[in-house]
Design a protein around this ligand. Structure first.
Ligand SMILES: *Cc1c(COP(=O)(O)O)cnc(C)c1O
Length: 408
């Protein structure tokens, strides 16, 4: 085994199953391993690297800020935070934001906000608020958030979970309405399920949910940690249905591919539930993160990354849909957020991912049956065409091998 993989294996908890590649450098859509081999990154760290690796403007903002002021905690104001949150709120149409670091923390922040809102404003007795999420969701790894998961591996052995959490089938607005009670504080939803396997709900689902939430005085909270900031070809995936959620969670690409930066954004009256001391984070909104996050949002605008995602994603998906292979059940996606649904009777997604890696293309399987394709949004068209060629060849190669085995 590679000595660095062995070293990591000995000292790092085995909570992931990485591909056997040791990366040492990244630039734009490329990463390099320690043997000097170059790969096209079609994974972008689960969309955290939508801007590409080491984006020069974001690195410059990082370095300049790092020389000046990094961490002060929210015990003091800084000259960076206001402008960052102003742009985030302006772009997303939200009124206020609460800065955190990782996605899971920002989701927790949203859950705390809606529970307190239910108590303070909706009149739900303290300790009785209910939150509804969807089957197949992924909102992070804290205990409360795992309590919302329907994935047995995310839950098994980690209980007990907090009460007041329930799930309904994804894509079924009537099921949401049926699950709402007078104690329901919020409905938490991903506009497209990412970890769940790039699952796109039926058209009209999100707008129907928004209408139901409005009618029942339930907060609609969109988790756009993965789908947000251009990934699906709109700034927010909610925009595909003209929905403006009451609260919004951003993360991943918000850190420009450099730092963990997340936030919960909301209507003023929802955010108003927080008073000094109610909730916080030592690192949330620190000047370094704010400078990097602000530059990440500016780059998104200046490079028109949202439009690039829409155009390139539509092209790539169109091509992938023409792939004719018994292994491929479906190619689906929106923008540069694409999943190849692999028929487990014919192949394992992992073996496709491994073959792509040996050809210099990095992707990742999710849920054992889906190959995720989510490159940096500025990926040049020529590289997308090269990637498509690799995918075509891997499918052809595996189909030929399966054919040879079948006729042997
Ligand atoms: C990745 C992700 C999270 C969790 O973010 P972390 O930064 O890993 O805590 C939450 N929700 C969605 C939709 C995600 O894709």
């Amino acid at each position: 085994m590679h000595p660095l993989i062995e070293l990591e294996d000995r000292y790092c908890a085995h909570n992931y199953h990485p591909l056997p590649v040791v990366l040492v450098r990244g630039e734009g859509p490329y990463v390099w391993d320690d043997q000097g081999r170059r790969y096209v990154d079609m994974m972008s760290a689960y969309s955290a690297v939508s801007h590409g690796h080491a984006h020069p403007r974001i690195v410059a903002a990082l370095i300049e800020q790092a020389r000046n002021l990094n961490i002060v905690s929210r015990a003091f104001h800084s000259d960076r935070l206001g402008a960052f949150l102003e742009l985030a709120c302006t772009l997303t149409g939200q009124d206020m934001a609460l800065p955190m670091n990782t996605g899971a923390e920002a989701v927790e922040t949203a859950l705390k906000a809606v529970r307190k809102w239910a108590w303070k404003t909706k009149g739900v007795p303290d300790g009785q608020a209910e939150i509804i999420a969807c089957e197949g969701n992924f909102h992070g790894r804290t205990i409360a958030v795992c309590g919302l998961s329907t994935e047995s591996q995310y839950r098994e052995g980690f209980g007990p979970f907090p009460p007041g959490l329930r799930t309904v089938p994804y894509g079924d607005a009537a099921a949401l309405e049926a699950a709402i009670t007078p104690h329901t504080a919020a409905f938490l939803v991903e506009p497209i399920q990412g970890e769940g396997g790039i699952v796109i709900p039926p058209a009209g689902y999100l707008s129907a949910c928004a209408e139901i939430c409005r009618r029942h005085n339930v907060m609609l909270i969109a988790d756009e940690i993965q789908t947000g900031l251009g990934r699906t070809g709109k700034l927010l995936a909610c925009e595909h249905e003209g929905v403006k959620p009451d609260g919004l969670v951003l993360g991943k690409a918000l850190g420009g591919g450099i730092l963990p930066v997340s936030m919960f954004l909301a209507r003023r009256d929802l955010m108003a539930v927080f008073s000094p001391g109610d909730h916080g984070s030592t690192f949330g909104g620190n000047p370094l993160a704010a400078a990097v996050g602000l530059e990440a949002l500016r780059v998104l605008q200046d490079e028109d990354l949202v439009a690039q995602s829409a155009a390139k994603g539509a092209w790539l998906l169109g091509e992938l849909r023409q792939l004719d292979s018994p292994m491929l059940r479906e190619a689906r996606g929106r923008g540069l957020f694409i999943g190849l649904d692999i028929d487990p009777a014919h192949a394992r997604a992992r073996s496709i991912v491994e073959r792509l890696m040996s050809r210099g293309l990095l992707s990742k399987e999710t849920h054992e049956t889906v190959v995720r394709l989510a490159p940096p949004l500025g990926i040049p068209q020529a590289l997308l065409e090269w990637s498509l060629e690799q995918i075509r060849e891997v499918f052809a190669e595996m189909d030929a091998e399966a054919g040879a085995t079948a006729s042997a």
